[in-house]
Design a protein around this ligand. Structure first.
Ligand SMILES: Nc1ncnc2c1ncn2[C@@H]1O[C@H](COP(=O)(O)OP(=O)(O)OP(=O)(O)O)[C@@H](O)[C@H]1O
Ligand SMILES: [Mg+2]
Length: 606
């Protein structure tokens, strides 16, 4: 008994805690109007139960009227019937209103949460994305959100009804106090509760697994779709299918288990309901058997009402069961959503931002950075200083840390050691938005947004004139191919820019960075997809049109960076040389090696 008691407490605590995650998430994100709706639903539920109980009372009265109809006639029966119909109509009307309000409230609350989640993810730095995979973030915003929505909607529609019906029925039942009937009802309820708890214990861990497997399914599908060209080229369809099948099979297995376990519920509840009615009737027959005709007739209408009320209790429990089944899954989802919303973003804005002191300058002081989850620094002891209008270039083998270094400038990540200064102040001491306002950035992998070309270039300022857009595109040598398109700057851009070649994407990304007319321009390997002549023309135009803009260029080709004011040579995350091309090509062995692999001694002037 003691063991089962502590077992029950343990389970209840577990259920409470799971519920708590849901409520925590919902309550934190509910607006005042949502609370008003919840209270309205509660009051409407009381109305609904009032009409429901009126019907039960009339049934009892009707039974009696039928018994007395020989003496009193049938008029009374008609009246009671009419009252019951009116109550039923009113009950249905209230029910419709409740569902209406519940749907609106659930949608509104969940929309708020989804918005919050989106905003939080938008603030994520590189390190934060490492904590959640892209696929998991997508599942969390879609599938998990749906689970929470469904559970909250079911809660609003049913959660108040069950307790109100139960309390009301118990109060009414006390009128017909009868020990044997009460015991019969209690026994069946206990059977129901115990079975529900056992089923829940079996299901809850599976729900957590279902969500994890949904993530895995998304990874498998997404990878296959985004990498479709590679899959085709390598005839790897079967290999990919195998990977997908494995996840799919695991997912199906868990789903089938959950489905089968859940399918026990309805028959079980039906069985309890029938069992309860039968037992009550049997117990009443037993009680009535010993009475004379007059007393039995009186007791019969009471027994009838008892059966009705007991059924109401079970019915309200059935509604609760639906909720109890959905809730654990939603709680797992709510936890996953809450993890994202409450995730401490690693790059945060300072409370007391300071003013920028200079214009267009960058300085690194002994900067080191280790990616999350690694002890080894990807870059270490990086120090350099760039003045306004100067060009600094980074060169080094793949994986030498070039992208990592320039990511520190617009605070895509915060350095783990040392200091990064832009315009004379530490980047951590200014607002991220102010900092990024001063920086134009073309990423290593040209990325375009679905829409039209014009909007992609005028990304920073949607009100930009077509003249300015064309000016930027001309600098990036993109105007030519854009104008050749039938709709010019209004031409469609497919998702991810998939209807453009690699070089065209790069040029549009350069145009986007230039169009913002920033103080500092960062090009992460943006020129590598251009032929050497175009590369030179574009760099020349940038220098000409934006002479005061500081340029940070990562390049693979020595030719691209030869005329830079400073060249930083990187090797395994460390600076192995800094200076002008002329000096480096003579004094820096790593640079010399790179240079000689691309150009002849004569071209290098050696
Ligand atoms: N998100 C990440 N998590 C962990 N390690 C990373 C991450 N991104 C890069 N690295 C590691 O940091 C090192 C530097 O990478 P980085 O991208 O800066 O190189 P890179 O010089 O830009 O190379 P490439 O010329 O190929 O673009 C590499 O060894 C890489 O494995
Ligand atoms: Mg890189």
């Amino acid at each position: 008994m003691v063991i089962s008691g502590s077992f029950a407490v343990k389970i209840c605590t577990k259920i409470y805690k799971r519920g708590d995650v849901m409520f925590k998430l919902l309550f934190k994100n509910m607006k005042a109007k949502n609370w008003v709706s919840v209270i309205a639903i509660f009051l409407l539920t009381i109305c609904e139960v009032y009409f429901m109980m009126q019907i039960v009372t009339y049934i009892s009265l009707l039974t009696k009227a039928v018994q007395d109809s020989r003496q009193n006639g049938v008029a009374e029966i008609w009246w009671y019937g009419l009252y019951m119909v009116i109550c039923a109509i009113l009950m249905a009307a209230v029910e419709v209103i409740i569902r209406f309000v519940a749907s609106a409230t659930a949608s509104s609350t969940v929309t708020g949460i989804r918005q919050k989640m989106y905003e939080r993810v938008n603030k994520f730095a590189i390190a934060d994305f490492a904590s959640f995979s892209t696929e998991s973030l997508i599942t969390r915003t879609t599938n998990d959100m749906q689970n929470v929505h469904l559970a909250w909607l079911t809660f609003l529609k049913t959660a108040f009804l069950a307790p109100v019906v139960m309390v009301w029925s118990v109060i009414l039942l006390l009128q017909y106090a009868n020990a044997s009937l009460t015991i019969v009802t209690a026994v069946w309820l206990v059977i129901l509760v115990v079975t529900v708890i056992i089923l829940l214990m079996m299901l809850t861990p599976k729900f957590a697994k279902v969500q994890k497997l949904t993530d895995a399914l998304n990874v498998a599908s997404r990878e296959n779709l985004t990498g479709v060209r590679v899959v085709r080229a390598f005839n790897a369809e079967e290999y990919q299918e195998g990977k997908f099948e494995k996840v799919n099979a695991a997912f199906t297995k868990v789903q089938i288990f959950a489905g089968r376990t859940l399918s026990v519920f309805t028959p079980l509840v039906m069985m309890v309901m029938s069992g309860l009615s039968l037992s009550i009737l049997w117990a009443s027959a037993y009680v009535l058997n010993g009475m004379d005709m007059e007393a039995a007739s009186q007791a019969f209408s009471a027994t009838n009402a008892f059966v009705m009320l007991a059924s109401q209790i079970i019915m309200s429990f059935v509604l609760m069961v639906t909720l109890i089944v959905i809730w654990p899954r939603a709680a797992v989802s709510a936890k996953r959503i809450d993890e994202v919303i409450t995730h401490e973003v690693s790059v945060l804005d300072t409370e007391n931002p300071v003013e920028f002191k200079e214009k267009g300058t960058i300085e690194f002081k002994n900067v080191g950075f280790a990616y999350p989850g690694t002890d080894k620094e990807a870059i270490s002891d990086i120090s350099f200083k760039v003045k306004q209008g100067e060009t600094i270039a980074f060169i080094g083998a793949t994986g030498s840390g070039k992208t990592t270094i320039i990511n520190m400038i617009p605070r895509m990540a915060d350095c783990t050691r040392g200091e990064v200064l832009v315009d004379g102040v530490n980047v951590k001491d200014v607002l991220q938005s102010d900092l990024r306002d001063r920086i134009g950035y073309a990423p290593q992998r040209g990325f375009l947004f679905k829409g039209i070309i014009k909007d992609n270039i005028a990304f920073k300022n949607p009100d930009m004139t077509l003249q300015d857009i064309r000016w930027a595109a001309e600098i990036a040598d993109a105007d030519g191919f854009v104008m050749k398109k039938r709709n010019g700057y209004d031409s469609e851009v497919a998702q991810g820019g998939s209807n453009f070649s690699g070089g065209q994407k790069q040029r549009l990304c350069i145009a986007r960075a230039v169009a913002a007319k920033p103080e500092i321009l960062i090009f992460d390997d943006s020129f590598s997809a251009l032929d050497y002549k175009t590369d030179k023309t574009v760099r020349g135009r940038i220098a000409e049109e934006l002479p005061d803009t500081t340029r940070v260029i990562i390049a693979q080709r020595v030719g691209t960076i030869m005329d830079a004011d400073q060249i930083v040579v990187l090797d395994h995350g460390k600076m192995v040389g800094i200076g002008k091309h002329y000096d480096l090509v003579r004094n820096c062995p790593v640079y010399q090696e790179i240079a000689l692999s691309q150009l002849s001694k004569e071209e290098l002037g050696l």
